[in-house]
Design a protein around this ligand. Sequence first.
Ligand code: TXA
Ligand code: MG
Length: 342
Amino acid sequence: MQTKIFEIIEIDDRSTDKLKEAATILRNGGLVAFPTETVYGLGADAMNAEAVERIYLAKGRPSDNPIIIHIAGADMLSILTSSESEDMHVLAERFWPGPLTLVLPKRPQVPDVTTGGLSTVAVRMPDNPVALELIRKSGCPVAAPSANISGRPSPTKGEHVIVDLSGRVDAIILSGDCSVGIESTVLDLTGNLPVVLRPGIITPEQLTDVLRKKVVVDPGVLAQSQYDGTAYDEPPRAPGMKYTHYAPKAEMIILNGERHDVIIGMNKMRSEAEAEGKKVGIILFEESEPEKAAHGFFARLRELDEEGADIILAAALNSRDSVGLAVMNRMLKAAGYKMINV
Ligand code: TXA
Ligand code: MG
């Protein structure tokens, strides 16, 4: 398949024709990768089951994994859900456009393939002018998982999308780097209490503040993010373990402990590995700046792959709440939960 590449840095007169063409591809059942503020997405018309099926094929994604639907306005929200939940309105008002996905009861006309057969639908309005204009021009809600081959690190730069999806999708819109760098916070609003299913840059604390009620973090996320490495030789049997996530090609090990001890441990492990002729990659983000870690993490994994690292040693962030929770969630998955205490 010939993939069209559109470069759109900002919305201006020169970008109008490109956006129209990309929107027409979407409306006709094609696949278009586009930038969002979190990571690049691979979009299709969410209401067209055949188009959405092509996403699963292009990514090599298990078809029971539901896809987030991207909207550009309130009119599109009402196509997807009949919910009038007060929490939904409050959160949409405060955080949209932005990196928050809301899980809501779905309308019957949303195809099962889009929601992985669930009776709920995950919706967000991305905070990126190119994405919003593309969705508006296409006139349809746009189903879009991250624009990577399934299991690979999420794409935060246009070049990542080209590497993974060239020849597999109809078009790619290139538009610089994603500002957030990790995927949106996913919040389930269908139960008695709001539950964070996937942590992101919008934190449980912020959601609690705005809703003025308790927001629960899914126990699975917490257990995984606190994972203390004692079972390094025998990984945990969490259901998610059967899938590889965000996996770099290299073996990745997280070192957990006080920063000073972690650096000593890293140097020792690095020397030992290098003595065996292995190439070692290091991931070391400032603990006081978890947003920077979120921004750079996936890109760093891809960079180390490109450099041909055999082993990646990553320093854990010691804060496991707020944005630290979101970063550690990605780091542990990327390492296949291999973490040692130093
Ligand atoms: O930031 C993002 O959310 C990016 C950009 C492209 O918007 N998209 C993204 O999509 O990360 P994806 O498909 O890689 O992740 C979707 C997540 C998965 O963990 C999926 O299980 C969950 O959202 N999800 C989708 N629909 C759901 C639903 N109805 N109920 C519960 N979880 C759902
Ligand atoms: Mg993904």
